[in-house]
Design a protein around this ligand. Sequence first.
Ligand code: CP
Length: 334
Amino acid sequence: MQTVFRGRHFINLEDFTKEEVDTMIEVSLDLKKKFAMGEDTPYLHNKTGFLMFFEQSTRTRNSMEAGMAQLGGHAGFLDSSSMQVAHGETAKDTAIILSRFGHMIACRYCNWGRGNVYLNEMAKWSSVPIMNLQCDLYHPFQALADLMTMKEKIADLRRTKVSIIWAYAESHKKPISVPVSQVLLFPRYGMDVTLAYPEGWELPDWVIAQAKENAEKHGGSLKITHSEAEAYKDADIVIPKSWGNWVTDQTGASVSGATAVIDDALKAQKSWKCTEAKMATASKDVMYMHALPADRNNEVEDAVIDGPHSIVYDAAENRLHTAKAVMTLLVGGK
Ligand code: CP
């Protein structure tokens, strides 16, 4: 078991070895058990965290805020529009000041071409851990909670067929960070990952190259297809979720965040919806996952997300336990 985490940044799970990710899951499970038993876990007593958001959030904000309180510390919510960042204060100055005030800085900044750059700039100057609450490229807290949930449901994940499937949505042009983080992480656990999307919705080439390298090293596999039918067939876990076609088309990117882009190219893919009929072609015990929020009746039928194969709420709950584990290890810990 790897135990040296204190002071490290949490921007991308690729920065952590598989043994270290295993430790994060073990600590998450331990904290979940203690939470269920009503046992106190004051590992971050008197610690202060800053949660800085450029975009909206339900799960991420509240798992961090509640998690920090349950660990005995305090987390302050910072809406970037009411910070001096909105007047142009730099990532450097923000990181130096906040790290003098407290013990961690977490940030969500999903704007294409800006978010990951901003987080890394903060990491360069901060004297406390920087945590990625989702950027344009990665969503490590989500992928960790997904992995924890999968491990709870399927003891040995090797050879599990997991299909990450693009889905149609109109709510807004979503980041690629969830599928990128999943496609990088799951092959490290020996899973057979199928990535399915309509042409034009590719993930970056370097992501695919890294995911294949991870698969080769850890005994998993990665298959890319443009056929939904192939992705659903005999799948053990399906994750149909929208992501924006950022790699091939930057329309919708703006300083204030991504906007909805409903053009002819998108509308032509409306059939990419998770339906009961498609789920029926998967394995008998197939599980349906989604990071949430789901664009109901565009990405997925209510009958599926509310049906017996859905584990979306279990995965969402695990956002709390994994958030607490990461904060405990990086802010407290050894
Ligand atoms: N899955 C997720 O990150 O949810 P929020 O956008 O509500 O934080």
